[in-house]
Ligand binder design. Structure first.
Ligand SMILES: *[C@@H]1O[C@H](CO)[C@@H](O)[C@H](O)[C@H]1NC(C)=O
Ligand SMILES: *[C@@H]1O[C@H](CO)[C@@H](O)[C@H](O)[C@H]1NC(C)=O
Ligand SMILES: *[C@@H]1O[C@H](CO)[C@@H](O)[C@H](O)[C@H]1NC(C)=O
Ligand SMILES: *[C@@H]1O[C@H](CO)[C@@H](O)[C@H](O)[C@H]1NC(C)=O
Ligand SMILES: *[C@@H]1O[C@H](CO)[C@@H](O)[C@H](O)[C@H]1NC(C)=O
Ligand SMILES: *[C@@H]1O[C@H](CO)[C@@H](O)[C@H](O)[C@H]1NC(C)=O
Ligand SMILES: *[C@@H]1O[C@H](CO)[C@@H](O)[C@H](O)[C@H]1NC(C)=O
Ligand SMILES: *[C@@H]1O[C@H](CO)[C@@H](O)[C@H](O)[C@H]1NC(C)=O
Length: 630
């Protein structure tokens, strides 16, 4: 039995320890720091950015959740709310059901995470207004099902719907069936959101004279999908108006299937569709089949967009006296692929017109041989391979320069730079290095190690519906993690801080340290490079870089990166010349395995293997190297 003196001694020891680690010794966080010190015994400080991501669980909570997970991980699900809040996880909200009655006018301001079912059936006149719905939320889930059936002249207005959200799911199913008159106004829908999943299924079917107005639909969004399926089927004299659809968006997939099928005198207008997009994927399948009369108008289709793909399959099939009008189609700044198949086939007296068509019209297979009219045709496909310009010596210098300027405008300025820029006094743009992902913590390995790394288990435990933005994020993280490493790559998905430390030690040895840029000050503006220090004397080294993935708890995709130089550089404000940030930059010396279409070469020129490419370590990411004891 320990003597009181010995107990006191231990207690004193703990107090000292706590002071050193600035942590209570009884937390999981303190336990992890002890693990870190044991695996990497070089006494270097633990950077705050990583310490802040360690689990906030108290030792007693950790024990409770560990015991649950150890006996059966699915038991965590029945304590989800307390587990998520105690462990700092990203869990979908619980949905509240909609009210049961529907007044003539209703006002849902600053509403969120609701499940509207069978709401507002047979309402007449009036307005339902949804304003600032799910504003700036993480993982919101909004569903509308059988909403406003059989209503007449009832207006629905959605403004600022799910803006600035993260991993947004919005699902409209059988909304507004068999309505007459009235307007659906979506203004600023899902603006500036990250990884959205937006769906309209069977929306406004059998409607008569209903008007749908979508303005600024999913502008400035990042990496998501939106789908309109059987939208406005069997509509009669209805109109849909999309203006500014997915403007300025990055890697957005848009799918329209069975859109406006069998419509009668239905007018659909898309103005400014997918402009300024980066790698947009547009997919129109069975769009406007069997329509009678009516007009489809696309003005400014993917103007100034960068690569991506367009599919029009079975478009306006068997239409009757309809009109499809494309004005300014595909004036891309880097052409994408076009694929028209079964376009306007079997239609009768249809008029399909392309005014100003910028693409290769040979991508039309099986399409109406008559009634398709190219007013002005610009074949741009000859310049469709961005690499071609590098080797094409015949191209005039002016043309090359023009293309490069355009490209520079596209890849965010400062995202990639040459090693020679890392010199005191260089003025350069700094990209937006802010972490846009929702905050989450690591789970202790004792718990994360008990959660099977499969979609079925993770979705089950965290009550994630597979068909949501979050469900898709989980799938994509697992797919990245399970993919075989590329040539020469050593990789590991770290589902805990312990895993990450183990991997870094396995690759680099146990005398290592981890760095990231200090904060995000200077982002999106010009900065001056101040004092620059090459890590380990600027020697060529190997690093382990870790990028966060989207998952309910922190999971990092870590991989070894051979042949790099890592720099720590003071970042100064242009006006005051004061230090505002401390950047960590990594220069990849061997780019020979990179894709020729990599943004780095779009921005900097030459090509794979011809130049080194440097970038800042963004907020949330980090890089491990052999320790620099200098
Ligand atoms: C919404 O509520 C309906 C009816 O209660 C239910 O069937 C459906 O599963 C709910 N949706 C979600 C996503 O929870
Ligand atoms: C709704 O969002 C808009 C745009 O973000 C903002 O200007 C407005 O103040 C918000 N209104 C409310 C009531 O939150
Ligand atoms: C969204 O709607 C589709 C089609 O009705 C349905 O299958 C799916 O379960 C819904 N998803 C959610 C999350 O409500
Ligand atoms: C559809 O457009 C045509 C031609 O522009 C017009 O004559 C017709 O009135 C429009 N229909 C509706 C329902 O707006
Ligand atoms: C698209 O976004 C750009 C850049 O923000 C803006 O200048 C332009 O006006 C937008 N276009 C439309 C149609 O809203
Ligand atoms: C493509 O456009 C050219 C030039 O306008 C025209 O001569 C040719 O017939 C078109 N090809 C197809 C497949 O429409
Ligand atoms: C457009 O240019 C590409 C590449 O030069 C060529 O293969 C294609 O035949 C051209 N298309 C037409 C319709 O002239
Ligand atoms: C950002 O980091 C620099 C360098 O560590 C520091 O001087 C500055 O105060 C930090 N700024 C903010 C807003 O945290």
């Amino acid at each position: 039995m320990a003597s009181p003196l010995l107990s006191f001694f231990f207690f004193f020891f703990f107090l000292c320890y706590a002071a050193v680690a600035s942590q209570s010794p009884f937390t999981e966080k303190a336990a992890l720091i002890r693990y870190w010190n044991r695996k990497i015994p070089n006494n270097l400080p633990h950077p705050a950015f990583l310490v802040s991501k360690l689990t906030p669980l108290s030792a007693s909570d950790a024990t409770t959740f560990f015991n649950l997970a150890a006996s059966d991980p699915s038991l965590l699900s029945s304590h989800l709310a307390s587990f998520c809040s105690a462990a700092g996880l990203l869990c979908p909200a619980d949905l509240t059901p909609s009210l049961s009655s529907h007044p003539r006018d209703s006002d849902f301001a600053a509403y969120q995470n609701s499940n509207f079912t069978n709401y507002g059936t047979k309402s007449a006149d009036g307005l339902s207004s949804f304003k600032n719905y799910s504003d700036g939320l993480n993982v919101p889930l909004d569903t509308f099902r059988r909403y406003g059936r059989d209503s007449t002249f009832h207006d629905d207005k959605f403004s600022f719907y799910a803006p600035d959200g993260n991993v947004v799911t919005a699902n409209f199913t059988s909304y507004g069936t068999n309505t007459a008159g009235g307007t659906d106004g979506f203004t600023s829908y899902d603006e500036s959101s990250n990884v959205p999943d937006l769906k309209f299924n069977n929306y406004a079917a059998e409607g008569t004279g209903r008007e749908g107005v979508f303005t600024q639909y999913s502008d400035n969004t990042n990496a998501g999908d939106q789908a309109f399926n059987s939208y406005g089927k069997n509509g009669n004299g209805a109109t849909s108006d999309f203006s500014s659809y997915a403007n300025n968006s990055n890697v957005i997939g848009s799918t329209f299937t069975h859109y406006g099928e069998e419509g009668n005198g239905v007018n659909d207008t898309f103005a400014s569709y997918g402009d300024n997009g980066n790698v947009p994927e547009n997919n129109f399948r069975s769009y406007g089949d069997g329509t009678n009369g009516g007009v489809d108008k696309f003005t400014s289709y993917r103007d100034q967009s960068n690569v991506g793909d367009n599919f029009f399959t079975s478009y306006e099939k068997s239409g009757n006296v309809g009109t499809a009008d494309f004005t300014n189609y595909g004036n891309s700044f880097n052409p994408g692929s076009d694929n028209f198949k079964g376009y306007g086939q079997g239609s009768f007296n249809d008029q399909i017109t392309f005014k100003e068509y910028f693409a290769d019209n040979t991508s039309f297979t099986v399409y109406a041989k008559t009634g398709v009219d190219f007013k002005e045709y610009h074949n741009t496909s000859s310049s469709s391979t961005p690499t071609a310009s590098a080797v094409d010596t015949k191209k005039s210098a002016v043309e090359k320069k023009k293309k490069q300027d355009l490209a520079k405008r596209f890849v965010e300025p400062g995202k990639f730079f040459r090693e020679r820029s890392l010199k005191k006094g260089t003025v350069m743009p700094m990209p937006d290095i802010r972490d846009r992902m929702p905050p989450r913590s690591f789970l202790p390995r004792s718990i994360s190690g008990k959660i099977p790394f499969s979609a079925a288990s993770v979705d089950g435990i965290f009550r994630i519906l597979p068909d949501t933005a979050m469900g898709k994020a989980v799938d994509s993280t697992l797919a990245d993690c399970n993919r075989a490493p590329s040539h020469g790559e050593t990789k590991r998905c770290a589902a805990s801080a312990e895993d990450m430390i183990d991997f870094a030690v396995a690759v680099l040895g146990n005398d290592i340290e981890v760095r990231s840029t200090a904060n995000t000050t200077g982002s999106k503006g010009n900065i001056i490079v101040g004092d620059v220090r090459g890590v380990n004397g600027g020697k060529v080294t190997e690093s382990v870089s870790c990028h966060q993935s989207l998952f309910p708890y922190l999971v990092y995709y870590c991989h070894s990166v051979p042949r790099v130089r890592v720099y720590v550089a003071d970042i100064l404000a242009v006006d005051s010349k004061q230090k505002i940030n401390q950047g960590v930059a990594i220069c990849h010396l061997d780019t020979s395995d990179w894709s020729p279409t990599h943004g780095a070469f779009v921005a900097l020129g030459p090509g794979p293997g011809k130049i080194e490419v440097c970038h800042w370590i963004f907020e949330g990411d980090m890089t491990w190297t052999v320790a620099d004891h200098a």
